[in-house]
Write a protein that binds this ligand. Structure first.
Ligand SMILES: [Mg+2]
Length: 345
């Protein structure tokens, strides 16, 4: 019996929104599958999120309410990772301007640093060694001014994430990247970004797991954050179609954003994953071979199994390899590749 996908990786770094939960509800199969990993793998699972507005213990509480056995140590957010990065570079107790929600100051304290709020910095005109800037709904222009002053005085400027937008139920709001952008335009200095798609949060997660990134699997629902971040840290990645990105996005993805594994949902962790292998002009899983049919309307033609219904996930995984290679060597356009996957969309 071939190994299940989860048995190939002693540790997993898992995104939350769109993978484990959507709003208040658990994503189907996520809790069962992740519980099975946590009890079977030596490293287990660490959850990593760019959303720094809630402290890890609060996120862990939500995960426990869904049925997962986790504590705050199993959750890494971008303010915790940012504070950890600064603690590695600054002396213990160094003062750091904390901009954003409560999570930022908490994370700095937890890392042995001294948070300074923007009003405190303004009142004392005391210089800070660094700035940690995260999102907060109450961040004001005067807070951004303190960031600008600190950066101009030579403070290290670290930001939790560069997400430009924040989807809300009333539309798109400016995210942390937009607020950071306002300062950046003023001071003409680039900050260091901790969250996805950078590698730092994934590296910190691997440290917590005690696993080598090369033997750690990143799981997510977004190509340009989860998959890019896992790859930047040297991890393989699994994209599940339970969140933001679907088949059309994956087939159209740039080569560095293509995940090694794709699956409809997290049940894939408990199953063997047959990776397609190159076979002559096509790609094969077992007896199923897919090749590109280059007519006016490019399509993937399958041989070896009878009906379309039986192609299942193997068919999609083969089709992605066939179409990615055809796009890469210029035989078809990205648009044609997307149309050729319409049966899975
Ligand atoms: Mg997500």
């Amino acid at each position: 019996m071939p190994s299940a996908l989860r048995d190939l990786y002693p540790g997993l770094v898992c995104d939350l929104d769109g993978v484990v939960y959507r709003g208040a509800d658990a994503v189907p199969y996520a809790v069962e599958e992740l519980s099975a990993v946590a009890s079977a793998s030596p490293g287990g699972v660490v959850y990593a999120t760019n959303n720094a507005s809630r402290p890890p213990e609060q996120v862990a509480e939500q995960l426990r309410s869904l049925g997962l056995s986790v504590n705050g140590e199993h959750v890494v957010n971008s303010s915790v990772a940012g504070a950890q990065v600064l603690a590695g570079r600054l002396a213990a107790g160094a003062s750091v301007l904390a901009v954003g929600g409560m999570g930022v100051a908490d994370a700095l304290r937890g890392a042995g640093l001294s948070p300074v709020s923007p009003p405190e910095a303004a009142a004392s005109s005391r210089s800070v060694d660094a700035v940690l800037q995260g999102y907060g709904p109450d961040v004001r222009a005067s807070d951004l001014a303190e960031v600008a002053y600190a950066v101009q005085s030579g403070a290290v400027w670290v930001v939790t994430n560069a997400d430009r937008t924040l989807p809300t139920d009333r539309g798109i709001a400016p995210g942390n990247g937009s607020l950071v952008g306002a300062v950046r335009v003023a001071v003409d200095v680039d900050p260091e970004v901790v969250g996805k798609p950078g590698p730092l949060m994934y590296e910190l997660a691997a440290e917590r797991l005690g696993t080598d990134p090369a033997h750690t699997l990143g799981i997510g629902d977004r190509l340009e954050t989860d998959i890019a971040g896992a790859h930047a840290a040297g991890m393989d990645a699994l994209l599940v179609f339970t969140g933001v990105h679907g088949v059309a996005d994956v087939v159209a993805a740039d080569p560095h954003l293509r995940p090694r594994y794709v699956a409809g949902d997290l049940r894939a962790l408990g199953e063997p994953y047959d990776e397609p292998a190159a076979d002559g002009p096509g790609w094969r899983v077992g007896d199923l071979l897919g090749v590109l049919e280059s007519s006016a309307q490019p399509a993937v033609r399958f041989r070896g199994r009878e009906s379309g219904a039986e192609l299942g996930q193997d068919g999609l995984r083969i089709a992605l390899r066939v179409l990615w290679s055809a796009v890469d060597d210029g035989r078809i356009s990205t648009q044609a590749a997307v149309s050729a996957t319409s049966r899975w969309q």
